[in-house]
Design a binder for this molecule. Structure first.
Ligand code: 7RM
Length: 663
């Protein structure tokens, strides 16, 4: 990784040393948190009297029909019997907060600024136009028979219509579930079934990096034999040929033509579900996390404004996909609730070359830029000239999300992209948390490269050791959150028990994040990565159990153990240990090709095994439990640190695993 130190960066400051907030970031801030003293005061106020704090915030941010008088209801201690609720006696429709409330003051302000796959190909929707389009789409959904509370799957690429589809569902009180456009037909079918969707919204084809993605065809394959889906609404993006079922399929443009552009919103309760979003865990199939209307939007709005220090004239760009929680909270809901201009990006960081992000920033005058460490590392590896040939002086705040960022990549982002003038907000959060939890606050928090720093108001992190004892002060342990916050997922769709056992049973009374974390002597938090069997490959969160299920579905394979290993660009790579069925003799290369074709079919193109090792057996205890620690250590290139292997049923497999290691 090459970089020239910016002139105003002292030469001997290590990336992990404190970086004061650059003057440019502090200047002109009108935020409620401009200094660390502000942060301390506000954080304490939210902790001492959460009801008063969040009732005030939600009333200032959201347009309510019935103003809530209740703040938090419930606690982590009785979560098995009842869900946490916020603002439970209020009613609203969240699209009135995202659209209608801005019509008078910001009607002609750009709400969505779309940059298509080809550089310079743009579309804009002002708040007025977006409001009208959402109403039309909502009218179309209603005409297709979609009712309040019904689930609608959105399987689209990065087009403004994806946001319109989400908001249209919300307008009529339907529950959307966005499925990332990279998922396969089988993965899509699983999600359609799990949430019982009767309508799917898709597009003819997606477009990314000059290549088309057959979304409608994949959708057709997913729905083959699924009689539960009444209609598929199809947005035309490329004009490519698609198969058509005349009784089921409806073109978006036909359905919206002549539909009412002023549809009154359906009133919902604060705690009605807004969306279901599937995410991978350490066991079993992906879970549909349920986020509810008011608490989620309050949290998305608050965190988006305060963390990035959003200002009226900002051009805000989050490069995530709407198929992930980051796209939900920080492309669509947070920015629109705040009346921001939100850039939506269809392409990739490398198309047509490694300057694409910076070309986009320069042309649109982007002031806040939010992306993932994997993209930063990939771009840093391409050389500084792709960045330095563009005028990036508009930038003020840089963000990262999705995985730990290594200090070297952080420093490159700081020096080369930010030119020492921007603060970096390394935002730690999860699908489950709905919005940013641990993060620097742009104008207030001095940063250290690789640290997510301090908790947002409402977030009370505790570190617990193996015996569930709290670590006070500096130390390292499992990261738990001790108090409910407005944006937390309320349940798992159709399986509250799984929600309780996954998040609230490891350390009763607190929410267990699945991450490890170190706290330093300044109270800064350093996320060390997952301590469960979830891996994070290029910002895609996947369960090792999902890979193992795919592998054992291959005829030649008897058993499989999958772990992550450090990867210089992707953060983690996927390492598979495979035991063959008796009598099978494919070599590991042939098996890797076959395994990856199967992963692609059962999960999606983003699920790829990097390294596959044939082993005579998996290291199991006498009770038959796979000792994953051993698999992990070998994949991490530390076969000398296996620890105690005396409880293994057959210690000889370890020698074979170490001898044949691929790293
Ligand atoms: C927003 C998102 C969640 C997991 C989480 C962590 C990891 C996310 C950071 C991070 C270190 C960060 N939702 N993670 N952000 N690790 N620093 N700033 O990514 O549900 O898809 O993934 O991602 O392990 O538990 S997610």
């Amino acid at each position: 990784m090459s970089h020239d130190a910016a002139p105003n960066t002292p030469a001997r400051r290590a990336p992990t040393d404190l970086h004061p907030v650059p003057a440019r970031v502090r200047e002109g801030s009108a935020s409620s948190i401009q200094t660390l003293d502000d942060w301390r005061r506000v954080w304490m106020a939210a902790k001492t009297d959460p009801d008063a704090f969040w009732l005030r915030e939600t009333q200032a941010r959201l347009r309510w029909r019935t103003t809530p008088t209740q703040g938090l209801h419930g606690s982590f201690h009785d979560i098995a019997d009842s869900q946490v609720a916020w603002f439970a006696d209020g009613t609203l429709n969240i699209t009135e907060s995202c659209l209608d409330q801005h019509l008078e003051t910001r009607g002609d302000k750009v709400a969505i600024l779309w940059e298509g796959d080809e550089p310079g190909q743009t579309r804009t929707f002002t708040y007025r136009e977006l409001h009208a389009e959402v109403c039309r789409a909502a009218s179309a959904l209603r005409a297709l028979g979609v009712q309040k509370g019904e689930r609608v799957i959105v399987y689209m690429g990065m087009v403004p219509e994806a946001a319109v589809a989400m908001l249209a569902c919300a307008r009529i009180g339907a529950v959307h579930s966005v499925v990332f456009g990279g998922f396969s037909a089988e993965a899509l079918r699983d999600r359609v079934r799990d949430c019982g969707a009767e309508v799917v919204i898709t597009q003819d084809e997606g477009l990314r990096g000059g290549r088309s993605i057959p979304l409608k065809a994949t959708c057709d394959a997913a729905l083959e034999g699924e009689h539960g889906v009444r209609h598929v609404l199809v947005y035309r993006r490329t004009g490519g040929a698609v198969a058509w079922q005349h009784t089921r399929d409806v073109w978006w443009h036909d359905a919206l033509a002549g539909a009412s552009a002023d549809l009154p919103a359906v009133e919902t309760a604060a705690e009605d579900p807004l969306f279901v979003l599937y995410t991978s865990g350490s066991t079993g199939r992906p879970k549909g996390l349920v986020h509810t209307c008011a608490g989620y939007l309050t949290w998305a709005s608050y965190t988006h404004e305060v963390v990035f220090d959003l200002r009226e004239d900002d051009v805000y760009a989050c490069m995530a996909d709407v198929g992930w929680i980051t796209g939900h909270s920080y492309i669509v809901y947070g920015p629109l609730a705040n009346g921001a201009t939100s850039l939506m990006f269809e392409s990739t960081p490398l198309y047509p070359d490694a300057g694409r992000y910076w070309d986009t920033v320069a042309r649109h005058g982007v002031t806040i830029f939010y992306t993932a460490p994997t993209a930063i590392r990939a771009l840093a590896a391409q050389g500084d000239h792709h960045v330095t040939r563009y005028d990036l002086s508009s930038l003020r705040v840089l963000g990262t999300v999705g995985e730990p960022i290594n200090p070297e990549a952080w420093q490159w982002y700081y020096d080369v992209v930010g030119q020492g003038r921007c603060n970096i907000v390394d935002t730690w959060w999860q699908t489950e948390t709905g919005g940013i939890c641990i993060t620097p606050i742009a104008p207030a928090t001095p940063t250290k490269g690789g640290s997510a720093t301090l908790p947002n108001p409402a977030i009370v992190p505790v570190l617990l050791d193996d015996d569930a004892h709290e670590i006070v002060g500096p130390g390292e342990g499992r990261l738990c959150l001790a108090q409910p916050w407005p944006g937390m997922a309320r349940t798992v769709w159709g399986d509250h028990e799984r929600y309780v056992s996954t998040y609230f049973s490891t350390f009763p009374g607190t929410y267990f994040t699945g991450d490890g974390c170190r706290r330093d002597s300044d109270g800064y938090h350093w996320i060390t990565g997952r301590v469960d069997d979830v891996i994070n490959v290029a910002g895609h969160r996947m369960g090792t159990a999902e890979f193992e299920a795919v592998l054992v579905s291959v005829d030649a394979i008897a058993e499989a153990g999958v772990v992550g290993f450090p990867h210089p660009i992707k953060g983690q790579g996927v390492y598979a240990y495979v035991v063959l069925q008796p009598g099978q003799q494919p070599d590991d290369e042939a098996l890797l090709t076959l395994a990856n074709a199967t992963c692609r079919a059962q999960i999606g193109a983003h699920a790829r095994i990097d390294l596959l090792q044939l082993v005579p057996g998996l290291p199991k205890t006498r009770s038959g439990k796979v000792m994953r620690r051993i698999l992990r250590k070998v994949a991490e290139g530390e076969p000398d640190k296996l620890g105690d292997v005396s409880t293994l049923a057959d210690p000889s497999v370890v020698a074979a695993i170490v001898a044949g290691a691929k790293v």
